[in-house]
Design a protein around this ligand. Structure first.
Ligand code: GLC
Length: 478
């Protein structure tokens, strides 16, 4: 029996690993710089961050960037009146710059909602694969502050700066998402050839001067972000196909298609970035090594804790970008995701895509408000916690306080809300040393007894049912 379940677990783990391969490195190299180690340590305690994908594409309510990528994937389809020809579509897409005018932009409103929901850091798309810069770069005119973009006349048009300042003021750590590939740059997709897929469309080895121009452009843009935007804590680099050829992992589907060496000289970029931003966390996503300071599974929660720092990014709706009437996850689903992620020792980076008017869908605010009420009572078991075996049993998830003798057991609600049984059996270690059990938000200590390996807690009738509650937290003090 034991053997069978061990085998089963191995299979489950293998399946989870396979699913993760897409956006997650298999190995990890810890940073050696003490300032980076320190920041990473602090960041791991924060647990809950806000991700925002925002660009001109929000006007069409379509996927971020990918509809101009000439690959035939589910997420690259061209829809709408311009979809018939590739070139016509790209022209119309890039022309979105001339109508982008998000006049309701008010990052303080976002900070207030995110802060109250218990989020502690923010990662914003300063530039996605389409190459449209959401900051005042001097390297290109394809940017929000160009005279071609109506919003450029707004005093807050340098939205990256405004967002970073507003969140930093409320003590959020600041993360700059930046796409290494740039599908607008003529030194990445050289107009001499048609683009074929997401990759560079010429061989950098045959045209080294062109590739050098692209490297300089990237270096300069990242340099601007590291110099003119105040303190930045995380450089979150997406587009893992821009990587040295010898790092390609051909067991990963999308890496098979990388034909050329796309070495962007990360050592030089990060050297410069850390001179300006000492201790900067760098996430060169999927490129295992010294510049991937944490790994990034996407839209999923690993089944077991990972042996290194990690963060999963998950959308609140179905999409990263703003889509009208997107299907937003319920507050209960969001809280459950957070609890599951934290029980596995990770961070949750939850994405909300701002709309073309510069604001979020009202549903996103109402979800965060519900999350806020829950975090106010239960956040104690989330922040600064570590994972603790057995991580979960049934619908109960565990965390351990780092600096106190306590374990937290989160009992998740089902779709009808929270209804606890008269007794709840907890799987915690060293049950003989338990001194007290309480429920966060309720005053009295709870009765408990030891039954075999279980700590069986009696739940008084008055706090058994709470349909509005998303998950109850039992605190076990040693
Ligand atoms: C996916 C999407 C990409 C997005 C990223 C965020 O890889 O394809 O557009 O930026 O997720 O993690």
């Amino acid at each position: 029996m034991k053997k069978i379940s061990a085998l089963f677990l191995m299979l489950v783990n293998a399946t989870v690993l396979l699913a993760q391969q897409h956006n997650m490195s298999k190995t990890y190299q810890p940073p050696t710089d003490p300032l980076v180690q320190q920041k990473l340590h602090n960041w791991q305690d924060l647990k809950f961050g806000l991700f925002m994908h925002w660009g001109t594409y929000s006007q069409w309510g379509v996927v971020e960037s990918w509809s101009i990528c000439p690959e035939d994937e589910g997420w690259t389809q061209r829809k709408g009146p311009y979809g018939a020809t590739y070139n016509g579509y790209v022209k119309a897409y890039e022309n979105l710059q001339t109508t982008f005018n998000p006049t309701k932009f008010n990052p303080e409103k976002w900070v207030a909602a995110a802060k109250s929901a218990g989020m502690k850091y923010v990662v914003f798309t300063t530039k996605h694969h389409d190459g449209f810069s959401m900051f005042d770069t001097k390297q290109t005119d394809y940017k929000i502050t160009s005279a071609k973009t109506p919003f450029s006349s707004n005093p807050r048009s340098n939205v990256t700066k405004e967002i970073f300042n507003a969140f930093r003021k409320e003590n959020f750590l600041i993360g700059a998402y930046f796409s290494k590939p740039d599908w607008h740059s003529e030194d990445y997709w050289w107009p001499y050839f048609p683009p074929k897929d997401r990759n560079v469309n010429y061989d950098p080895a045959m045209h080294p001067e062109k590739w050098q121009k692209f490297k300089d452009f990237t270096y300069n843009q990242i340099g601007e972000l590291m110099t003119d935007y105040g303190k930045v804590d995380i450089l979150w680099l997406d587009g893992g196909w821009v990587r040295p050829k010898n790092t390609i992992d051909t067991t990963v589907d999308w890496q098979k298609g990388i034909k050329f060496n796309q070495d962007i000289d990360m050592a030089k970029i990060v050297g410069m970035a850390r001179t300006k931003q000492p201790g900067l966390i760098v996430v060169d996503r999927t490129v295992t090594g010294e510049f991937e300071n944490y790994t990034t599974p996407e839209q999923e929660v690993p089944a077991a804790p990972l042996d290194h720092p990690w963060e999963t990014c998950i959308t609140m709706g179905d999409s990263w970008s703003y889509v009208p009437n997107d299907h937003y996850k319920s507050a209960s689903q969001i809280v459950q995701l957070l609890v599951k992620v934290v029980s596995r020792g990770g961070n949750l980076l939850l994405n909300i895509g701002p709309g073309p008017d510069g604001d979020w869908d009202p549903v996103a605010y109402s979800r965060l408000k519900e999350v806020s009420a829950w975090m106010g009572i239960n956040g104690e078991g989330i922040y600064g916690s570590t994972s603790v075996a057995p991580y979960s049993s049934g619908n109960i998830y565990y965390t351990k306080a780092k600096n106190a003798n306590a374990i937290y057991a989160f009992v998740l609600a089902d779709k009808d809300g929270l209804k606890l049984d008269k007794t709840v059996a907890l799987k915690v270690n060293n049950i003989k040393a338990v001194k007290k059990v309480t429920m966060l938000g309720a005053k009295q200590s709870l009765k408990y007894k030891l039954t075999g390996d279980d700590l069986v807690v009696t739940i008084p009738t008055a706090i058994q049912a709470n349909p509005g509650q998303l998950a109850a937290t039992l605190k076990i003090t040693y």
